[in-house]
Design a protein around this ligand. Structure first.
Ligand SMILES: O=c1[nH]cnc2c1ncn2[C@@H]1O[C@H](CO)[C@@H](O)[C@H]1O
Ligand SMILES: [Zn+2]
Length: 432
């Protein structure tokens, strides 16, 4: 039985009887949010709680690098359409009716799903991010939260969007919560003007915070060449957007020159294989070329209305399979690499010391319990990427605090109930 008071507190914890990299291990969390020690046996500790892993595999928490967390409210609301028709006829008209309460419960649902499936950090782009921050704060998860600027080339809208962006970043910073990081997010080149892109780039530089943007999900190059005389990636560079702070989602249509520019500028590309296949964007992220060029590649689910879940285990498997299939090479993205793409590469892009289970790293880690999908345990990473799925995670720890243990997350039932209710009410208002 789970002791009820194990949840939500950053206190010294000893995790026993787990495997780490296929070897028996014990992991001590030092009570400051960090991993204190990792060894086969740990005797010198002052743990307040002892977790018996019962032979579970310990893995770093997943880092979901492209989400729109409140969009879980529109899971299953509109499927099986092309990207622009889906956005303009279904999603944007419904989003126009979102209230702060909707955003809050949508984000609560997303945090619950992520904790349930082993994600400890996410990189989120949406609206009313202070309400998302309330959900993140309460859930105990870690997140980079960015307000999504869309100015549509309208100068007055540009000015009001800048003001929302500034207020959002100031409010997130004022929380002084080490788990909540602010970011800035121009939506995409087809929704944000040159002045908008330039302003976001400069704001990200002066605040020293990540810039999160959609890039070349579908082939945006022909329109970009028509409008600006150059491809998307050089256009972003021209506007000052590309830097080591830039996190670019999708990146399906980059060519060799674009990839070189990403490598030179230190941009992180985020692969979103499930969303890309569901919306049929036409091409897979060019992982082999990016890897050869040294581009940091991370992994994301996109919103739960285009995926339709936030399970990074499913995303790892799909990434590995799509890369092999699309580029016709079964050796591409082996399991160890898929796990790195899903964890430490994202942590690196966000500048957090996570994604690795070793002393000194953040205590953001998960346990995948023994179940029929991970026996035999020849290779626990292979099992995690190709076999188990995220529901096999039974313990999730973030910042040294237990958020789920033995599959139990306190308060889950209320979130499921409320999120279901507000979603139906949102769609009722939007279609009235
Ligand atoms: O796949 C996508 N491509 C482009 N925009 C998207 C996608 N999924 C969601 N949004 C939109 O991005 C804004 C939030 O940042 C929202 O308007 C959301 O509907
Ligand atoms: Zn997206």
């Amino acid at each position: 039985m789970t002791e009820p008071d194990i949840f939500g507190k950053t206190v010294p914890i000893l995790i026993r009887n787990v495997t780490l990299n296929n070897k028996p291990a014990e992991i001590y969390l030092d009570g400051t949010g960090r991993i204190g020690s990792v060894a086969e046996k740990i005797t010198d500790h002052d743990a307040e709680f002892i977790i018996d892993g019962n032979g579970a595999a310990a893995l770093p928490g997943m880092v979901n690098m492209h989400t729109h967390s409140p969009m879980g409210l529109l899971r299953g609301y509109s499927d099986d359409m092309p990207l622009f028709e889906w956005l303009s006829t279904k999603i944007w008209p419904t989003e126009a009716h979102l209230t702060e309460n909707d955003i809050y419960w949508g984000a609560k649902l997303a945090c619950l799903e992520m904790i349930r499936t082993g994600t400890t950090t996410f990189n989120d782009m949406y609206f009313m991010m202070n309400n998302v921050a309330d959900a993140v704060d309460e859930a105990g998860i870690r997140a980079c939260l960015s307000y999504c600027m869309i100015d549509g080339g309208d100068h007055a809208k540009f000015e009001s969007e800048c003001s929302v962006m500034e207020k959002t970043v100031a409010a997130l910073k004022a929380r002084n919560n080490p788990r909540i990081m602010p970011g800035v997010s121009p939506h995409a080149i087809y929704t944000v003007s040159e002045e908008g892109l330039r302003w976001c780039a400069e704001f990200s530089r002066t605040e020293n915070i990540p810039l999160h943007i959609h890039v070349d999900e579908t082939d945006e190059n022909p329109d970009c060449i028509k409008a600006h005389g150059m491809r998307v990636v050089p256009w972003l560079d021209h506007c000052g957007v590309l830097s080591e702070r830039c996190i670019a989602a999708h990146c399906c249509w980059l060519d060799a020159e674009d990839i070189r520019l990403f490598a030179d500028r230190g941009v992180t590309a985020v692969h979103n294989p499930v969303s890309n296949m569901k919306l049929t964007v036409g091409r897979a992220l060019p992982y082999p070329e990016m890897k050869a060029a040294g581009v940091n590649v991370a992994l994301g689910t996109d919103g739960a209305s285009s995926n339709n879940d936030l399970d990074m285990f499913a995303e790892m498997k799909t990434a590995a399979l799509l890369q092999k299939f699309f580029w016709n090479d079964p050796t591409l993205m082996p399991a160890d690499e898929a796990l790195a793409v899903a964890s430490r590469n994202g942590a690196k892009a966000l500048g957090i010391n996570a994604g690795i289970i070793a002393p000194g790293y953040l205590a953001d880690l998960i346990l995948v319990g023994r179940n029929p999908t991970n026996v035999p345990a020849f290779n626990t990473t292979s099992n995690a990427v190709y076999a188990t799925g995220g529901l096999a995670v039974d313990t999730t720890i973030c910042n040294g605090a237990v958020l789920m243990h033995e599959g139990v997350i306190p308060g889950a039932e209320e979130i499921l109930q409320k999120a279901g209710e507000v979603a139906f009410d949102l769609v009722r208002r939007a279609t009235a």
